[in-house]
Design a protein around this ligand. Structure first.
Ligand code: GDP
Length: 526
């Protein structure tokens, strides 16, 4: 095995996904805590001087006021290098949230067991499905009154369309939460709130162990009964099905009480896949190749008008990145000197000098890098699978000063290419329309138009419900479609044709009427 192959085999790159408030931040902290990356929980968002804030990335953040400290975290666990990518929710929800999922090899889904499957989880899981990303599930908050266990699994299977394989099973809940039964290991792990990674865990072998009847006379009978049902109603864990994205191992616990965290880390290391091959259009790129390659999945712009830098987030796809090396920005055909490249460490270590497939590196730039751009040591590659997503929010753009129309168009063209927002030009020549998946995107665009292009733009609401990119092999039919629906059609920043639907019903109707046309909810980077 080459050095590179060994490094790649030890990599695990995953995103943590959930609906806001399910416990994503809490679990992230506990994963770092149990890996030894931080000494105590509560320091991940501890900002300046925090225990985990030692990377050179943080320097940049301090100097330039970019707050992305916890969006990528790297830590070691059991001789593996783990990259954890956050998927921002709440007000930060944007297309970047979706695109993060194109840069990972697996995902950890956190569900609030009192609430079940929620809206944002559904959206994120649908994106995971585009690449059949393997999913590990954590049912959180068992220290509270939660919903019926079997009902929860049922909901995951029906709503998220993925089979569930419970690996642990909860004993009781809320005030009577006693622990979990580990189905594969046939042992009970007793719930002790707040245990640290070095504390000894109390384990009782065998579900039939009479010790369990002594300890939990009121709960264990019910657990045994449920487990009999579960055996019939759910699926046994199968590694191949997990790797194919069709089955998810399910764990139960309470992140805030540090319970169930170690099992998640072990599942990621034992079962989640290392970086694999990536399609680069001309050929597939193997992560173990000698030569470096990478693509951009996210761009973070600085909102501070005094510092207009942007950071492009690159996922390494092959080879070895070394500080100081030169590599090529393939779209522009330009060399990049990698002295300024930043890496992301959760551990209190000095700058890291190397990165391998699965790792994320940050490249400061002044706006010449776009989502989906590929990098290599010279070979012409073009990584695929970094899509644009059909927006769910729309605004019509007007300007205060009509003399600034040129600047507005230029600004929106650039922001559209960069992936900050989607820009649609109506075929009938009406006002430009912006599309986004999170409201924050509009605020960012308004502020950047003002600061970078000197344009004061007004965004007005519109009754558009969603967009679908339209393609058809039959050029004549497409032309016919364009003529008939000119008032609902537009072209985006990449000049792709998009149908803007006023409602779900309207979209279905049009799809029925034009059966030969394809309506796409995502568009591959051009
Ligand atoms: P995020 O929005 O998904 O990042 O969720 P947070 O980690 O911020 O958690 C949301 C709320 O749920 C916070 O008040 C946490 O303290 C709480 N929380 C997280 N995990 C647990 C848990 O295991 N049990 C209980 N009772 N509360 C939890």
């Amino acid at each position: 095995m080459t050095d590179i192959a060994r490094e790649v085999a030890s990599r695990r790159t995953f995103a943590i996904i959930s609906h806001p408030d399910a416990g994503k931040t809490t679990l992230t902290e506990k994963l770092l805590y149990f890996s030894g990356a931080i000494q105590s929980a509560g320091t991940v968002k501890g900002k300046k001087g925090g225990k985990f804030a030692a990377s050179d990335w943080m320097e940049i953040e301090k100097q330039r006021g970019i707050s992305v400290a916890s969006s990528v975290m790297q830590f070691e666990y059991r001789d593996h290098m783990v990259n954890l990518l956050d998927t921002p929710g709440h007000q930060d929800f944007s297309e970047d949230t979706y695109r993060v999922l194109t840069a990972v090899d697996s995902a950890l889904m956190v569900i609030d067991a009192a609430k079940g499957v929620e809206e944002q989880t559904i959206k994120l899981l649908n994106v995971c499905r585009l690449r059949n990303t393997p999913i590990v599930t954590f049912m959180n908050k068992y220290d509270r009154e939660v919903r019926d266990n079997l009902e929860l699994l049922d909901e995951v299977e029906n709503v998220l369309k993925i089979r569930c394989a419970p690996v642990t099973w909860p004993i009781g809940m809320g005030k009577t939460f006693r622990g979990v039964y580990h189905i594969l290991r046939d042992e009970v792990i007793i719930f002790t709130p707040g245990q640290g990674p070095l504390d000894e865990v109390e384990i009782i072998k065998g579900l039939d162990n009479p010790r369990l009847d002594e300890l939990f006379p009121l709960e264990i009978g019910n657990t045994r009964m449920e487990l009999e049902l579960v055996q019939g109603a759910s699926h046994p864990f199968d590694l191949d099905d997990f790797l194919a994205g069709t089955l998810t191992p399910v764990f139960f616990g309470s992140a805030i009480n540090n319970f169930g965290v170690r099992e998640i880390l072990n599942a990621l290391v034992d079962w989640a896949p290392p970086p694999g091959e990536r399609d680069a259009t001309v050929r597939a790129v193997n992560p173990n190749e000698e030569k470096f390659s990478a693509f951009v999945f996210k761009i973070q712009a600085n909102m501070d008008p005094k510092h207009r830098d942007r950071i492009a987030f690159l996922r390494v796809c092959s080879g070895r990145f070394e500080r100081g090396m030169k590599f090529k920005h393939l779209r522009l055909g330009r060399d990049i000197a990698a002295n300024s490249v930043v890496t992301f460490m959760a551990q209190g270590r000095e700058q890291i000098e190397e990165a391998f497939a699965g790792d994320i590196i940050g490249l400061p730039n002044h706006g010449n890098i776009q989502i989906g751009d590929s990098f290599s040591e010279g070979e012409v590659l073009s990584f695929t699978g970094i899509p644009y997503f059909a927006p769910e929010l729309f605004r019509v753009v007007r300007i205060k000063n009509p003399l600034k129309l040129k600047q507005l168009q230029k600004g929106l063209q650039q922001l559209g290419e960069e992936g900050a927002v989607q820009v649609f030009k109506p075929l009938n020549g009406g006002d430009l329309i912006l599309g986004a998946v999170g409201v924050l995107q509009f605020e960012v665009v308004a502020s950047r138009l003002l600061n970078e292009y000197g344009v004061e733009a007004i965004f007005e609401s519109t009754s558009i419900y969603t967009a679908r990119w339209v393609t058809c092999d039959d050029a004549r039919m497409l032309a016919d479609f364009e003529k008939n629906l000119v008032n609902n059609l537009s072209r985006d920043a990449a000049d792709s044709l998009a149908y803007l639907a006023s409602s779900r019903v309207n979209l279905e109707l049009i799809q029925e009427r034009w059966p030969k046309l394809q309506f796409h909810a995502t568009r591959e980077h051009a």
